[in-house]
Ligand binder design. Structure first.
Ligand code: 5GP
Ligand code: ZN
Length: 119
């Protein structure tokens, strides 16, 4: 069924607590944790607890949940105090774009120099 946890999904395991992570925020439906390989001082991943393979699939299946993920990304930016300096939200979609974990997630990047054209 759409949204069900996948046994072979890294982020489903992180959400379940089977793999440890550094929590930044949590709601009933979303989880935010630090990227294991940070590209900037603030590099947080926000995921829906339900499993969808990418952001577009999430938004198609559950637009309200997609909105909650985005709102949480904004709250992470506030909590991390990167709003004033600017931050970037990235949804890699497809391996050609660098997506390596096929559970919808948004990268929240800030606290350092952001390129004006790309990551
Ligand atoms: P993607 O490349 O799919 O957009 O992003 C996946 C992100 O997950 C990468 O930035 C990678 O560093 C991060 N990541 C991979 N494995 C782990 C892990 O076990 N724990 C955490 N916290 N992040 C991970
Ligand atoms: Zn998953």
């Amino acid at each position: 069924m759409a949204g069900e946890a996948q046994a072979d999904c890294l982020f489903c395991k992180i959400i379940a607590g089977d793999i440890p992570s550094t929590k930044v925020r949590e709601t009933e439906t979303t989880y935010a944790f630090r990227d294991i390989n940070p590209q900037l001082p603030t590099h947080v991943l926000v995921v829906p607890k339900a499993h969808y393979p990418n952001a577009a699939a999430l938004a198609e299946a559950d637009p309200a949940l997609a909105g909650e993920v985005l709102a949480e990304a904004g709250r992470v930016a506030e909590q991390e105090k990167v709003v004033e300096g600017g931050y970037r939200l990235i949804f890699n979609t497809g391996s050609g774009a660098g997506q390596t974990v096929f559970h919808a997630h948004v990268h929240v990047l800030g606290g350092g120099k952001l390129s004006e054209t790309h990551l």
